[in-house]
Ligand binder design. Structure first.
Ligand SMILES: [Zn+2]
Ligand SMILES: [Zn+2]
Length: 131
């Protein structure tokens, strides 16, 4: 089974995942833009059972517009958010795809919050749109 390793900038907080992601998505919402410092969030969901976490993390809980808590886990040393958990899906872990530092990572199959999309961003032709 394929395994992949994600890490923060300093390498202190690490996540190992087994198997392919349940879902790979990009989110163009303004909160993801602020969280990542980039034009969109890019994340992959895995079943919690296939995720192992090493290192210390701190949590930041953001309440979504729909009232759902999202718990972001970031490295206390370098500040990088490596993974987060949605209140509505506690058995799933979303890992920030950039933390894999792998340009060969599977492309996003879904794109959400396109009303906030930067105009220059072009998505894979097969991506589905919306939640
Ligand atoms: Zn770090
Ligand atoms: Zn978002």
């Amino acid at each position: 089974m394929v395994t992949r390793d994600a890490a923060c900038s300093c390498g202190q907080l690490r996540v190992k995942v087994e198997g392919e992601p349940l879902r790979v998505s990009v989110c163009h919402c303004l909160a993801c833009q602020r969280r990542t410092g980039s034009a969109f969030g890019f994340q992959a969901r895995f079943p919690r059972d296939s995720v192992s976490i090493e290192g210390d993390s701190r949590e930041y809980v953001r309440i979504s517009d729909e009232g759902e808590p999202r718990t972001f886990n970031f490295c206390p040393e370098c500040g990088g958010t490596v993974y987060y958990v949605l209140g509505s899906a506690p058995d799933v872990v979303a890992v920030a795809v950039g933390a894999f530092a792998d340009p060969g990572f599977p492309e996003p199959g879904r794109s959400v919050w396109e009303s906030r999309k930067h105009a220059w961003v072009t998505l894979p032709p097969a991506a589905e749109h919306g939640e």
